[in-house]
Design a binder for this molecule. Structure first.
Ligand SMILES: NC(=O)c1ccc[n+]([C@@H]2O[C@H](COP(=O)([O-])OP(=O)(O)OC[C@H]3O[C@@H](n4cnc5c(N)ncnc54)[C@H](O)[C@@H]3O)[C@@H](O)[C@H]2O)c1
Length: 261
């Protein structure tokens, strides 16, 4: 599809980082952009900076998601584009030794469940609800295209590191559902792709000292640096525009293959 002011898009996690850059890139093509994010202060400011609209939304809460869809569709019409960028990361091994007691403790269920809820179930819920809306729209072109959905997994979906069990499980789920959902929606003319980013300089890395950022950058074969969110955004826009991209997960990682740690 041709990006233009005729289209509307929802970007989850669009307040910052990869989603923030994608919301900006889509808005720069004239697309009516709805940012769905938990972070009201940052989301509303970013939306106003780029000419988008902000809707407070927790992708793990169905009532919150339904309210955001209803408000966005009222303002911008039914979305032709959904970009799923909302996500969280945690670092915990499957077991750990309690420093105080010396007892070996299993990974807690709460943080595993939370990670799956945000990254996998949140993505699933957004896709199902957006697809139901897109199916009511008339096709845009001779291919019969109605819409496009882009998810964000991670290279951790396939090369999860030590301490990434919850995160990798959630991103592996996003990777695994890409093809079956593309197949489910093929007859409706809705494409589904997933981007698997490597290491991108976003607020997720804000807490890391410069030395650690440099060391991560040096681990990328070429180009030997962290990715810019605009590079993710540029791939997301390309996927929207390239009608043959469907059912595919694309690594965007400068050839990095993550080591165990
Ligand atoms: N930065 C990287 O190197 C990298 C690499 C691989 C994958 N990713 C993935 O890319 C996506 C974006 O990450 P980022 O680096 O831009 O991080 P980020 O923290 O800048 O952005 C994530 C956004 O998601 C929002 N969010 C979190 N939980 C939410 C919820 N329950 N409902 C609605 N919004 C919620 C946050 O408020 C935030 O604005 C994530 O899914 C992340 O796992 C990032």
């Amino acid at each position: 599809m041709q990006l233009s002011k005729e289209l509307s898009a929802i970007v989850t996690g669009g307040a910052s980082g990869l989603g923030g850059a994608t919301a900006k890139a889509l808005a720069s093509h004239g697309v009516k952009v709805s940012i769905f994010d938990l972070n009201e202060a940052v989301g509303a400011k970013h939306a106003s900076d780029i000419g988008a609209k902000y809707y407070k939304c927790d992708v793990t809460n169905e009532a919150s998601v339904d309210a955001a869809f209803a408000a966005s569709r009222k303002d911008n019409g039914v979305e032709r584009i959904l970009i799923n960028c909302a996500g969280i990361g945690i670092a915990k091994r499957i077991t750990r030794k309690n420093k105080d007691t010396g007892v070996i403790e299993p990974h807690d269920l709460a943080s595993f469940t939370k990670t799956i809820q945000v990254n996998l179930i949140g993505t699933f819920m957004m896709i199902a609800k957006a697809a139901a809306g897109m199916q009511t729209l008339t096709p845009l072109n001779a291919d019969g295209e109605r819409g496009v959905i882009i998810n964000t997994a991670s290279v951790a979906a396939t090369d999860g590191q030590i301490g990434q069990v919850a995160y990798s499980a959630s991103k592996g789920g996003v990777l695994g559902m890409t093809l079956p959902i593309a197949r489910d929606l093929a007859q409706s003319g809705i494409r589904v792709c997933t981007i698997m980013p490597g290491l991108f300089l976003t607020p997720m890395f804000d807490t890391l000292p410069d030395e650690a950022k440099q060391s991560l950058a040096a681990s990328v074969p070429f180009p030997s640096r962290l990715g810019h969110p605009s590079e993710y955004a540029s791939l997301a826009c390309h996927i929207c525009e390239n009608g043959m991209l469907n059912g595919e997960a694309i690594r965007l990682d400068g050839a990095i293959r993550m080591a165990p740690r």
